[in-house]
Ligand binder design. Structure first.
Ligand SMILES: [Zn+2]
Length: 263
């Protein structure tokens, strides 16, 4: 029986058969009294109790529409609650699998099944295939939705960072991380592109550079500009080095900002 119905019935010690407990409808019990021949016992099961309430004039007269709705929806809500709990349980299983580095087959291990049975005989562990397909994809879908909602509502702003590297097969990988203002990282995707260069340079090939690059590096004004750029950037680099240090002093930060501010 679902818990919401508890206040609408009176439990008894009577039993029907070996397992089913019997109860009374509370309104009927109060109106008729315990020994009244019209007071019928009901099997303590949601369906049976709801069936009585539907046909019970006493119940219909006493309670408001809101209370009646609550009673008649309780079964669906309890189903919904059970589904939610099952989902939560599956999420925990997946988190344990990843966090402990277990192989997916751990949920099929007889000793593990025995342990869960000991903790709660009603628990049924999913198959490892279900864990790696349906459950994993459901969790990823939920997580994506939650991530998008959180990031969209972030009032301070988010940071997007990328990193690229090449693996041993010369494939170019790109990882991207989204960071919320609470410094919660969300890994978005890792994408790889096959290398664009089809042939690798052999050590015996003569060293050459393209005409475009040659024109630039042989131009004097390029080097003059580069030196100028370096001179401009040096103070910025020094200040940024100070600002990013965890031992930066307040006056150093003030001087730093004062330097930036003068331009
Ligand atoms: Zn009744």
């Amino acid at each position: 029986m679902v818990q919401t119905l508890k206040k609408y019935i009176i439990s008894t010690n009577k039993k029907s058969g070996a397992t089913n407990k019997l109860c009374y409808c509370r309104v009927c019990y109060n109106k008729l009294g315990e020994d009244h021949p019209n007071l019928k016992t009901i099997a303590d099961k949601t369906d049976r109790i709801l069936k009585h309430f539907k046909n019970c004039q006493n119940f219909q007269d006493l309670y408001s529409q809101q209370e009646k709705d609550e009673v008649f929806n309780s079964k669906e809500e309890s189903h919904l609650g059970k589904r939610k709990n099952k989902k939560k349980f599956h999420l925990h299983l997946l988190q344990v699998t990843i966090s402990c580095g277990f192989p997916l087959s751990w949920v099929n291990n007889p000793e593990v099944i025995e342990l869960f049975k000991f903790l709660n005989p009603q628990i049924k562990l999913p198959d490892r295939k279900t864990l790696s397909t349906e459950i994993l994809s459901d969790v990823v879908k939920d997580f994506d939705a939650m991530m998008l909602e959180k990031l969209a509502l972030d009032r301070i702003g988010i940071t997007f960072s990328f990193d690229g590297w090449t693996n041993v097969h010369e494939q170019e990988l790109m990882g991207s991380i989204l960071m919320s203002s609470e410094e919660q990282p969300y890994s978005l995707a890792t994408k790889f592109e096959p290398s664009t260069s089809l042939t690798r340079r052999r050590p015996t090939d003569p060293l050459t550079i393209s005409r475009n690059v040659y024109n630039i590096v042989m131009n004097n004004s390029f080097w003059e500009l580069l030196t100028k750029l370096k001179q401009i950037l040096i103070p910025y680099c020094r200040i940024l080095n100070i600002l990013q240090g965890d031992k930066a002093r307040l006056y150093e930060i003030l001087h730093g900002f004062a330097y930036f501010y003068q331009f």
